[in-house]
Design a protein around this ligand. Sequence first.
Ligand code: ARG
Ligand code: ZN
Length: 854
Amino acid sequence: MQDNAAQNNSARTIHLADYQPFTHCVDQVDLTFRLHPTATRVLAKLALSPNPARPGHQDLRLNGIDLRLISARLNGAVLDLIADETGLTVPATLLPEGPFTLETEVEIAPAQNTALEGLYMSNGLYCTQCEAEGFRKITFYPDRPDVMAPFRVRIESDLPVLLSNGNPTGGEWVDPWPKPAYLFALVAGDLIATSADFTTASGRAVKLNIWVRPGDETRTDYAMDALIRSMRWDETAYGREYDLDVFNIVAVDDFNMGAMENKGLNIFNAKYVLASPETATDDDYARIEAIIAHEYFHNWTGNRITCRDWFQLCLKEGLTVFRDQQFSGDMRSHAVKRIEDVLTLRARQFREDGGPLAHAVRPDSFVEINNFYTATVYEKGAEVIGMLKRLVGDDGYKQALDLYFDRHDGQAATIEDWLAVFADATGRDLAQFKRWYEQAGTPRVTVKEDWDGAGTFRLTLSQVNPPTPGQPVKDAKVIPVAVGLLNPNGGEVLETTVLELTNSEQVFEFNGLAARPVPSILRGFSAPVVLEHAVDPTTRAFLLAHDTDPFNKWESGRALAKEILARMVTEGAAPGADWLEAMTQVAGDDSLDPAFRALVLRLPGEDDMAQTLFAAGHVPDPAAIHAARKRLGLALAERLAPALPGLLAGTVVDGPYSPDAKAAGKRALRLALLSLQTRLDAGAAASALFAQADNMTDEGGALACLLEQGIGAEELARFEAKWHGDRLVMDKWFSLQVLHAAPEALAGVVNRLTARPDFDMKNPNRFRSVMGMLAANHAGFHHADGAGYRLLADWLIKLDPLNPQTAARMSTGFESWSRYDADRQGMIRGELARMAAAPGLSRNLGEMVGRMLG
Ligand code: ARG
Ligand code: ZN
């Protein structure tokens, strides 16, 4: 056994350049589990042979952490081996020349595993999380993704439901598809299944089961529906079928991430499975649909084709996010989905890219791989694929993907392999494109317009690639910039055309125009860049009214709002008339999708404004941003006041609740309007909606409107009385209070909440509900007294010995420190230094804090 201090001391940096294939091949894995909360026995029988890719007679080195070795046998003969802190070595001198069998028996204690990595217990349920390197906490094994083997699993336990990967066959779980250990899973406990039958396009009958704790089976219908739609979609959109007789999903209460794509046995954070109208919001439904799809899609992009090493993580994650985004767009609205994805990208990935944690989509070194399950690897990884598709076209993309599945099925692949299928299928040279995978940072693209008065319009595009940690100088990237041109009457004179910016500066010319056009640049957000294009407010309003590209239509309104907010903060300007007028138009325009109108009416967030102001050369003042945003909201509410009651009445959804996009869009618009109305009527309308709500979208949304205005104490108490027995709904109760606490009250709110017996820091969802929202409450977290910083650091130090993964992840609350003034910088760096000095600091949190301190 080893403690965290020992792990930290052995922390070392792993480099992509050092990759070597493993010394041996694993030809078959047989596992037997004798489950016990504090003394589970794991018997592993590995059929091994020397790997021809590593000539010479090599030692066999197996990973293993926190394992008590009971016995080891080589070809049946007892071996006298002693494990060290990170594994077990069988010296070459003991190994035969050819194939051999190694059997080990180890003891582990799942009930004491609070890190939720490896085999652990959650409310009496045994479950596993092995990605990235959790399998080494279960048995001695070459725990790396390029070692793929067929697994057979036997589970000995009195518990009623015993699950593992593959097909159930004669009391065992047999997975015929060779897989890396990170895709191993085991679940055992008292569970109830919701089941369905699915027949694949080629006629394979598949049994689908969603396993939940007794009592939760009334909340699985939507997840099942989403699963069936995902399976069908992957057949039609990518020609990919499911490849086993059963597909199991299990919901667990304690989970570090969203979900995990273990072969044939996906394990989910219960939050992303369970839904009923009363307990889940429309956003919850949409996320469940997306994550069910994401994990299912991994069966081909991740499992059948996996990653050679963890540096290639974006190979499966970027592609699978891209696929789940396509799916959600097909299921709902592409326009709305794109806007939401860009909002997330900017809030999380641009933020990451602009600070000390910036890293390439494919990093080339890490200390702890769990720290690289980031917005850059996932969301920017998906954007990079979107650009690739734009550059090679839909047909080129399809041919490349077919070739990818053909060529690499059953393999552990690399980004080089991925780019090679595109080059081979389309003939395009992707050497410059590869920089998107290798160079961190968000490019800034500047646009200059020139009209010669005689029919020729020129766009000069230039790019700057800012330095990031370890990458001071960058080369120009290939940036697809989708543009369209509108004539002064709002008609489109040039349909969307993709310009390829490959140099640091290029001029693009458009001839034969009757009048100076209004350009619409970066349509569909065709590249993950910051666009710098000076556009006057009237033209922004014109584009908001007339642009045929829905993303840019929204973007014009957003840019207008940000520019006004920026001037309110930096110059004390008044809320701009152009924007107020434009918002009034949109609010009342029934020809627009309500979901789209809701997005337009949503004010830019405070962290987003801080990011924008910083990029423009200002030092953001969190209190001033908060105050300006409040004034802007009030100004909009007052401007819309006469129309609000009518608009609200127009968003009433008739009939019983349905989570479909159309109904959800109406509710989103209603809540956007209600947030404005609540600024005027002291909460009357929101209280009324809260009281009559028959679904969580309305109930939680109305409560949020009240809390945002510093009212709603009574509703908060009623919410608690109604939902105190429901863990997932109570997470919302915790979150909302923290997120909407007034800046000066935030620390007090957090202290009151964390003192409650139902604040269980070991449950990641509950911890995130409070600590994640503490960092998300921008003005409160950055309050000048530094109380927010101290609180977050205190709790990370407390959580780290129990759950280093979640502690490390939550530390990103501090990643934006360099934006702020010297006092705040000093306070944050002080807290980072305090964490760095914490005794026994984990490798996970240690790496994060070290990178943030620089
Ligand atoms: N592969 C999973 C997904 O994207 C995420 C698992 C990450 N787990 C972790 N401990 N880092 O669906
Ligand atoms: Zn994934």
